[in-house]
Each structure stands twice: as C-alpha cells, then as structure tokens.
Design a protein around this ligand. Structure first.
Ligand code: AMP
Ligand code: MG
Length: 354
C-alpha cells in the first residue's frame, strides 16, 4: 500500500514530543531543512535534517531494523529471545544488541542500579506492559523484586545471556535514545550537515555550524506549558517524567518508572532532563535521575560530561551549573495548548508526514 503523504504548513516553530517539546532548527539563510514524522518505537519519531530525502528514509529504515532487534514488546526480537532463555546458555546476538547491553550494564553500575533494565517484571506487575493497570500486593512486589538485578545480564563478544531464571530485560529506558543516536549516524553518514532525531522526547542532534538547536522542555503534567528552553549544538537530550504514563488509585498516582530498590514507582523527581554526549546516555541517566531524587543533583555535578534540568517532587526547578548559559526558564504556556493529536504535527515550514 502506498503511504499517504500529507504536506502541512503550520505556523508554530516547534516539534512536539511526549514531554520534551523539542527542536526549532534555526537554519542559515538558503538552507531548508526537511522534516519527516512517523510512528515508531511506540511513539512519534521526528527527523529534521538538512539532507536529501533518501537520507531520512535510510534513517527511518535503521530505526525499524533496530526496533525489531531490541524491543521487548516484539516476541521475535533478540531481547525477547534472551528473556525466554533466562537462566540458560549464552545466545548469539547482533553487534547492536551487544553494544546496548554493555551500555546498559555500565549505566546501571554508574547509577548504582537506579537505572536497571531488568526491572521489567515490576513494570509488568503495575500493568505498564500492555496489561490492565493495577496496584500489586506487597508480596507480589517482593516476588518480582527477587527477579530484578542488572548483574544477571552477561555479555561476551557476540553473545549474551541472563544468568538468572525469571530475569527479564526491558530496554524502554534506553533504546529510544540508542536508536536515535544510530539514526543520526545514518543521516550524517549520508551527508547531512545538521540533523535532529526526536524519538518521543529522546533527542540526538548534530549541527556542524550555525546556532544549533533550541529544545523546549515541558512542565511535567502540563502539555503545552514550557518549563525551559535549552540551546544545544550536538549530543543527546532526554526527558523522563513521572507523568508520561500513570494511573490513579485511592488518591495516589502510580507511574511507569520504578525504583528498582523498592519496587514502587519512583518518588525522587517529577521530571528529569539529561544532556549528555549521546542520546543513549542521556536517556538512561534521565530515567535514573527520576529515581534518585536529590542524589541526582550530586551525581550530575560529579559527572563532567552530563548536565541536567530537574523538577523535584514539590515542583522545585533545578539546573546544573554547566547549563547556566544554555537554559532559559519559561513560565506558563506561551501559546494555546492544542488538542492531542494535533500537537505532534505542529511545525514551521514544511512537514511531510507519511
Ligand atoms: P524513560 O521514559 O526513558 O524513563 O523509560 C521508562 C521505561 O523504562 C518504563 O516504561 C519501563 O519500561 C522502563 N523502566 C521503568 N523503570 C526503570 C528503571 N528504574 N530503570 C530502567 N528502566 C526502567
Ligand atoms: Mg530513559
């Protein structure tokens, strides 16, 4: 079937994502960036690039290829195969699966387990893996916690396994960032001079020259209300928020980022935006910072390659020292909030949507 292409010309200079509204590319005169938005990885993926159309097509093809390898939602992915074989022998894996598993182990260690891709049994327990949303009994949480622990992920050259029966890997907190990095690499490999890949708020961008990109971060829980504007030339930017996927029971809100130490939804921060050399690193760290609370501030200031914007449990805003010149705080909605569905299509100039 021929994909339907709609060309939109709308007036707002923003690309929107789940929470990190992002990316108003500022082109030098004469250069006209191409924008394409498509559903992938369960979210709207937006690519903006000064490149030819085939480069964007190649980037989307790379996204699809990697999603098929890495998604725990797909029964035939390499990750699902590793999960089914948990407690058993090593399986052969692709270089990309090997790489993302190695990165996951590194980030889990670095964050003392606040980011832990083996938290999947707990994510499922609350119904965030396609099941009905529910609050589990304490005994169920205890039983699921016994299956969690990133050290069970063992990686060798071209092979990997889960050493503990019942353990499961879910890459929801890192794969979008990792895949955004890979899509950006494809764009640059095909001659793009400036490019930005926004995978539902996990962003990889590169700008060889010019002013870079302006990324707008949303106030958690208030779609359309800008919290801050961040200027970035190249690298990764990712936002995790307690408001992305959540439900309410008995006056309490339960959301999809789980503290692997307690088995309960993280109460550390309300939203966390990480800025790092790669989107994979930013993605994993943003999730960890949501879990860590105040400890996230200390961790950010101790990491020379990472900056962050955090919104605490009471709504308090904090930005790391290295962002002083890059962040502008914004108050309240700067423009009318658009209905859901339209928000993802806003763009100045030309938007091609398949
Ligand atoms: P993100 O939006 O990047 O913060 O990723 C959240 C997703 O990662 C959730 O929907 C879960 O699938 C998974 N997840 C939840 N808690 C954690 C955690 N502490 N560490 C790693 N992955 C997690
Ligand atoms: Mg993440």
């Amino acid at each position: 079937m021929q994909p339907r292409r709609v060309v939109l010309a709308l007036s707002l200079a923003l690309v929107c994502s789940a929470c990190g509204r992002s990316a108003a590319p500022e082109s030098p005169a004469g250069a006209s960036p191409l924008h394409v938005s498509r559903m992938a990885m369960g979210t709207l993926v937006q690519i903006t690039a000064e490149a030819e159309r085939p480069a964007l097509e190649a980037a989307f093809a790379e996204i699809e290829r990697l999603e098929a390898l890495l998604s725990e939602w797909r029964a035939e992915s390499e990750i699902s195969r590793l999960n089914r074989a948990a407690g058993g022998a090593f399986l052969r894996v692709s270089p990309e699966t090997e790489e993302v598993l190695r990165l996951s182990r590194d980030f889990a260690q670095e964050t003392r387990g606040a980011f832990d891709p083996t938290v999947l049994p707990l994510v499922r327990l609350y119904g965030f893996l396609g099941g009905p949303e529910r609050v589990p009994e304490p005994a169920e949480v205890e039983a699921a916690l016994a299956k969690v622990g990133w050290r069970a992920i063992e990686v060798e050259k071209g092979r990997a396994r889960l050493a503990r029966a019942g353990a499961e890997i879910g890459l929801g907190a890192i794969a979008k960032g990792y895949i955004a990095d890979r899509a950006l690499a494809v764009l640059l490999g095909q001659g793009a001079r400036r490019a930005l890949v926004n995978a539902g708020g996990d962003i990889a961008c590169f700008s060889r020259a010019g002013p870079g990109f302006s990324i707008e971060i949303e106030e958690p829980g208030k779609p359309g209300a800008p919290l801050a504007e961040l200027r970035v030339r190249s690298g990764g930017i990712a936002t995790s928020a307690a408001t992305y996927r959540s439900f309410e029971r008995g006056g309490e809100r339960y959301h999809h980022v789980i503290d692997p130490h307690t088995g309960r939804p993280a109460r550390g921060n309300r939203s966390a935006t990480a800025v790092a050399p790669t989107a994979a690193r930013a993605d994993a760290l943003a999730t960890a910072f949501l879990v860590q609370g105040d400890a996230a501030r200390r961790q950010v200031e101790a990491l020379p390659d990472v900056e962050a914007i955090l919104v605490g449990p009471g709504g308090e805003r904090w930005a790391s020292r290295g962002l002083e010149d890059a962040v502008v705080w914004r108050d309240g909605p700067s423009e009318p909030t658009l209905p859901e569905g339209k928000r993802d299509q806003e763009q100045e100039g030309r938007v091609e949507q398949d």
